[in-house]
Design a protein around this ligand. Structure first.
Ligand SMILES: *[C@@H]1O[C@H](CO)[C@@H](O)[C@H](O)[C@H]1NC(C)=O
Ligand SMILES: *[C@@H]1O[C@H](CO)[C@@H](O)[C@H](O)[C@H]1NC(C)=O
Ligand SMILES: *[C@@H]1O[C@H](CO)[C@@H](O)[C@H](O)[C@H]1NC(C)=O
Ligand SMILES: *[C@@H]1O[C@H](CO)[C@@H](O)[C@H](O)[C@H]1NC(C)=O
Ligand SMILES: *[C@@H]1O[C@H](CO)[C@@H](O)[C@H](O)[C@H]1NC(C)=O
Length: 398
């Protein structure tokens, strides 16, 4: 055997050994601590979650299909499940059938509110019963989809009333907070669990960046709950100096600018502690801003396909939750670290009746996107071209 071979076998063993040692347990002030495991910032995967709030009718359905075409996948190693959006469903004109169709496409359905009452002080002062009635309404729209998350309207936090209602609904995570960039929050926050009564007050979320009060809303809960909070951060446009909680509330002159601002934020997350980048959208306002819809679609397409963005993974909060329970580094990441959505229990009875909106074709996007690249499309197109050519030859020969 050549010495080089022996040497490489030796290094392989050494490398694997290192791997198994890598995720040592850790506690407290260790900057590398991620939920009890030692994974430093630069070894973490960068996750992105898109949370869309609103009623699901044909208009909003078509917007969702434009943002996320059928069968969009993440880059390896997470290429096995389709990349999914998260839909916080509010009632009014929500169509059960369209909602089922969305769930079957691998998007996650979470509880929005029944009435979406404005202004926000209503939610700050609502009782537990009101919160329950509002958020549990999702079950009267669609009852065979398991709902594990919730989003409060207008990013309102209703104190213990809200979280008691969420506990009763058996909700595992809440996505109702948006943080402003500030001196204190100059880095994004990883999700924190409200299982210690002081979580919001002192930020004892088990990670150094949570030291100090992390609830800045007028009414924070005081008790503890077995619920995760997924914090988002405002979108801040350095060029025009605007900030917005949901991106369609900023003004943009062109699609390119939207894509740039989103990538700037992605890089900021990637360059700091790689907390999940959560992007909130409101569907009713998005319908009026096609330029922003196209910008978001382009951001997601590019991130999921361009080799330059190898650390760009679009996942749903539920998948994020399975990652948080057992975090691994980017190098050890595999599809088994995030659960693919289980859609077996959704009945497909009415879905065939949804008219073909031809959205993907209208937008000029490929209809199928396997493994996030165009190779399959190209192969299929070439096949069809060849077939056509052969047929032509055959008929010519007659
Ligand atoms: C809270 O939950 C986290 C994450 O699951 C866990 O590490 C921690 O031990 C829990 N704390 C308490 C007090 O239960
Ligand atoms: C897009 O809009 C931004 C901000 O208004 C502007 O600076 C930029 O030149 C525009 N780009 C194009 C390609 O029009
Ligand atoms: C905006 O500019 C500030 C200061 O130059 C920088 O710290 C911040 O990361 C920028 N934000 C984004 C989203 O790029
Ligand atoms: C994310 O950060 C890592 C390490 O700092 C860097 O190597 C990588 O290029 C960054 N990703 C992108 C898309 O810039
Ligand atoms: C999916 O859900 C169905 C019905 O709830 C269940 O029977 C099945 O075991 C689940 N499959 C997986 C892979 O979890």
């Amino acid at each position: 055997m050549s010495p080089i071979l022996i040497l490489s076998v030796f290094f392989c063993i050494l490398f694997n050994f290192n791997c198994s040692l890598k995720h040592e347990k850790c506690t407290g002030d260790d900057k590398c601590c991620l939920y009890g495991k030692r994974i430093c910032d630069e070894d973490r995967p960068q996750f992105i979650s898109i949370v869309v709030e609103g009623q699901i009718d044909y208009k909003s359905y078509s917007i969702l299909r434009r943002i996320m075409p059928t069968r969009r996948r993440n880059q390896p190693p997470l290429g096995l499940c389709s990349a999914g959006l998260t839909i916080a469903v509010t009632r009014s004109k929500t169509d059960e059938c369209l909602l089922k169709d969305i769930a079957i496409r691998g998007h996650e359905i979470i509880a929005g509110s029944k009435s979406y009452i404005w202004p926000p002080p209503f939610w700050v002062h609502a009782s537990k019963e009101q919160w329950f009635d509002e958020l549990n309404d999702i079950k009267s729209i669609i009852n065979n989809v398991e709902v594990k998350g919730a989003k409060a309207p207008h990013f309102a936090i209703g104190g213990d009333a809200q979280y008691q209602a969420l506990s009763e609904m058996d909700i595992s995570y809440d996505i109702s907070t948006v943080y402003p960039w500030s001196k204190k929050f100059n880095q994004p926050l990883w999700p924190y669990k409200l299982n210690t009564s002081i979580a919001w007050e002192t930020g004892e979320c088990g990670m150094p960046m949570c030291k100090g009060k992390i609830c800045w809303k007028p009414k924070c809960p005081k008790e503890s709950y077995p619920i995760w909070e997924f914090p988002a951060f405002e979108i801040k446009d350095n060029l025009t100096k605007q900030t917005c909680a949901t991106i369609e509330h900023c003004k943009f002159d062109n699609e390119t600018h939207v894509v740039e601002v989103l990538f700037q934020h992605f890089l900021k997350f990637n360059e700091t502690n790689r907390a999940p980048f959560i992007i909130h959208l409101n569907i009713r306002d998005l319908i009026k801003r096609p330029l922003i819809v196209d910008g978001i679609a382009e951001f997601l397409r590019k991130g999921a396909q361009d080799k330059q963005y190898r650390n760009f993974f679009i996942i749903t909060p539920r998948q994020l939750l399975s990652y948080l329970e057992n975090p691994t580094s980017f190098n050890d990441l595999s599809t088994s670290d995030i659960k693919c959505p289980n859609i077996t229990q959704i009945d497909k009875d009415c879905i065939d009746e949804i008219p073909d909106l031809e959205l993907d074709r209208i937008r000029g996007l490929p209809i199928f996107e396997f493994l996030g690249n165009g190779v399959t499309i190209f192969a299929l197109q070439t096949c069809f071209l060849l077939l056509g050519f052969l047929l032509l030859l055959k008929f010519d020969g007659k």
